[in-house]
Design a protein around this ligand. Structure first.
Ligand code: ADP
Ligand code: ZN
Ligand code: ZN
Length: 675
């Protein structure tokens, strides 16, 4: 009998493309999950075999053959294929667009002899067990921690747990115990710990390594080189690394036997990708756990409203850690105080100065938080109307005194600070407003001789600079720490007695409800840095709006009060999570082209939308011009997730078929965070 021909459905990274059929040559061994080389049009590309079929359904067509199977790596497991397929479908992209970018670039290269050697080298560089590390004795769990660990371990199979624990309550300790139990139960089991972007990873990886000196711990983060990524990825794929600690991209890692997923700081915005697939790593983690039939634990002191609602509804199971874990450590007192009167020279009021003084006198550290880097957000001329703006964006350029530059925080465009007003020649151009650099300067004047350290994205621009800076704080080599978001989260500072928050008022006044919610979460987090070591901590906030309800919830350190009230508002105004949304954005050389395109898209949506999907009017984006491109957006929403999903699939096709002019680039984003 004649042998049946075999065909492979191959995923390639080409926008909007469904899997492509290729013939498998008779003498070629190929399996689903294999990396292959194929030609698409005239281009050679790396692809992944999604499935293999016998002749019949594609018979008769003259298909191209697969050129080569890359046998350097074991095939990707079916579970991984299912994950990328789901992600592609959910975020309305081609399967290949989800699958290929999830693989490290170093492994996607064509299989030359050099490449095989390179991969062997990468395998050598894989993380290894350290063995000799001095094993730190883990603390005895307290009752709430133990109850949390037991609850998760007692429920085999899939469940989503929301570990709601106040700052410093020992969530990380719970993760470590859960890992230990899972890894001990099965010598091949693997655990995934997802963490927010960048600055947390080294600290946390160190803590995990110290606890598991006999196991290989892999880490993945966007700052890694291709080679580092590939080494970590391969060791997890091949089952040699038992633990993977990584930022959002790690949710797409290929595991041989994943048995537990942990998502630290699950509310963190960095879990949502800002380009490409625009996925939510947290949401995909939950989906992946459900398909694998394993537990997933989402931890936070300030859970996302989505997760909080699911916990209230009973879809997620709530675990609470209500007190700080370290003996005698309590949550800090929160006090409000007026900013300095208008016209004052500095930003730090007399009350705040005295509080800093008192904290330092007790030989404790102080943290000054201001969510704005640079010296001042804009430079202006008092003689005319000139203000410093970006030539490429509709935004001010920020004055950076140390660098003597005006820098656009959106696109990076910079120019030297002009000596005189470019418009009228006045030499007295002035900084307006305050950023961390200016606060640092003010503190140096107020507290001469004290060791003041600023940590923000400018001071920590170099690789490992943030790590080194945080090391200084931990070792007590800093008296006053000044910083942005970067210092607010996660760090287990032991000696901070006072947290001073400057100028939250801009966000208080913001019309965006999400800006307020983020402010609340940030303030809870930054307040959580105080008093972790055992002695009472204090939080002082300079605001003109002491009566805002946000502060009363903060003063009680009550996330539930805030979250419940906010959810109620969201329900009344039919906002997410009570509504499902997608956002179509378009950019063009001219705003009018972008709007015109979105108007066409809205017309195309009308017959598809029915009564259950609401299509809004196109509007310019809040930051209209970015890097010389002008942008607009169109929101669609529905109460039903499936209704919206079905609509999006049809609409996406309709948009793809629209004729465009004026250099349009468009993007459809599901579950957008900014609307
Ligand atoms: P979170 O992640 O909730 O902010 P961590 O896990 O970082 O909290 O723990 C905060 C501090 O409490 C750490 O210094 C940790 O070593 C300590 N800790 C955690 N659990 C315990 C415990 N059961 N007993 C004593 N100290 C603990
Ligand atoms: Zn001027
Ligand atoms: Zn710019």
């Amino acid at each position: 009998m004649a042998k049946l021909d075999q065909f492979a459905q191959v995923l390639v990274d080409v926008p909007g493309l469904a899997p492509l059929d290729y013939r498998i040559p008779e003498d070629m061994l190929a399996a689903p999950g294999d990396l292959v080389v194929v030609t698409v049009g005239a281009r050679r590309m790396t692809g992944v075999i999604a499935s293999i079929t016998a002749a019949s359904d594609v018979e008769g067509r003259r298909l191209k053959s697969i050129l080569k199977v890359m046998k350097t790596t074991a095939p990707l497991p079916a579970e991984w294929l299912a994950l990328t397929r789901f992600a592609a479908s959910y975020y309305v992209r081609g399967w290949g667009e989800a699958a290929l970018p999830a693989l490290p670039a170093a492994l996607r290269r064509p299989p030359t002899p050099q490449q095989e050697k390179r991969i062997a080298g990468i395998r050598e560089a894989a993380p290894k067990a350290r063995g000799d590390a001095s094993r730190a004795a883990p603390p005895e769990l307290n009752d709430e921690q133990r109850a949390a660990v037991e609850a998760v371990c007692a429920a085999p199979g899939f469940a989503t747990w929301l570990l709601f624990g106040v700052t410093g309550s020992g969530k990380t300790e719970v993760y470590l115990h859960l890992m230990e139990r899972t890894l001990a139960a099965d010598p091949e089991a693997q655990v995934l710990l997802l963490v927010p972007e960048i600055n947390l990873t080294p600290q946390l990886v160190g803590r995990v390594e110290a606890r598991f000196p006999d196991l290989a711990v892999a880490a993945l983060n966007s700052e890694f080189t291709d080679r580092e990524r590939a080494a970590a990825w391969l060791s997890v794929h091949e089952g040699r690394a038992r633990i993977l600690v990584g930022t959002r991209m790690a949710v797409f890692a290929s595991f041989s036997k994943l048995r537990l997923i942990l998502v630290d700081e699950e509310h963190d915005l960095s879990y949502k990708s800002g380009d490409g697939l625009r996925y939510s790593a947290r949401d995909l983690a939950v989906w992946r756990a459900s398909k694998l039939g394993i537990p997933v634990v989402l931890g936070s002191a300030t859970p996302s409203l989505e997760s909080w609602m699911k916990a209230k509804e009973g879809a997620y199971r709530l675990l609470t850690l209500s007190a700080r874990a370290v003996e005698h450590a309590t949550l800090p007192d929160v006090e409000l105080t007026d900013p300095p009167p208008k016209g004052s020279r500095g930003m730090i009021s007399e009350v705040s100065r005295a509080a800093l003084e008192a904290c330092l006198a007790e030989e404790r550290q102080a943290l000054v938080f201001l969510n704005r880097r640079g010296y001042s957000p804009v430079l202006s001329c008092p003689a005319c109307e000139w203000v410093s703006t970006c030539v490429r964006c509709s935004a001010f350029t920020v004055y950076h005194k140390r660098e003597k530059a005006l820098i656009c925080h959106h696109c990076g465009w910079r120019r030297p600070v002009p000596e005189a007003c470019p418009s009228c020649g006045n030499v007295d151009i002035l900084p307006r407003g305050t950023g961390t650099e200016r606060i640092e300067e003010e503190l140096e004047v107020l507290f001469p001789g004290r060791r003041i350290l600023r940590i923000d994205r400018d001071s920590a621009a170099k690789k490992h600079a943030a790590e080194a800076a945080f090391g200084k704080v931990h070792r007590g080599e800093v008296d006053i720490l000044v910083g942005t978001q970067m210092v607010a989260k996660g760090h287990d500072f032991q000696k901070i007695g006072l947290v001073l928050v400057l100028n939250p008022d801009a966000q208080i006044l913001s019309p965006s409800t999400r800006a307020r919610e983020r402010l609340f979460a940030t303030l809870m987090q930054v307040a959580g840095r105080a008093g972790r070591g055992g002695e009472r901590g204090r939080v002082l906030i300079q605001t003109r709006f002491p009566d805002d309800p946000l502060f009363s919830a903060l003063a009680r350190q009550s996330y539930p009060a805030f979250a419940d009230a906010t959810l109620e508002e969201r329900r009344e105004s039919a906002c997410p999570p009570f509504m499902h949304q997608a956002l179509l954005t378009a950019e063009a050389d001219q705003l009018s082209s972008a709007i015109g395109f979105l108007e066409d898209a809205a017309r195309a949506a009308a017959p598809l939308a029915g009564d259950d999907v609401l299509v809004y009017d196109p509007v310019p984006m809040p930051l209209v011009r970015l890097m010389n491109r002008e942008r607009a957006q169109l929101l669609v929403e529905s109460v039903g997730r499936m209704t919206l999903h079905r609509f999006l699939i049809a609409w996406n096709q309709a948009i793809s078929g629209l004729r465009t002019s004026g250099n349009i680039v468009w993007c459809l984003e599901v579950d957008p965070l900014e609307t």
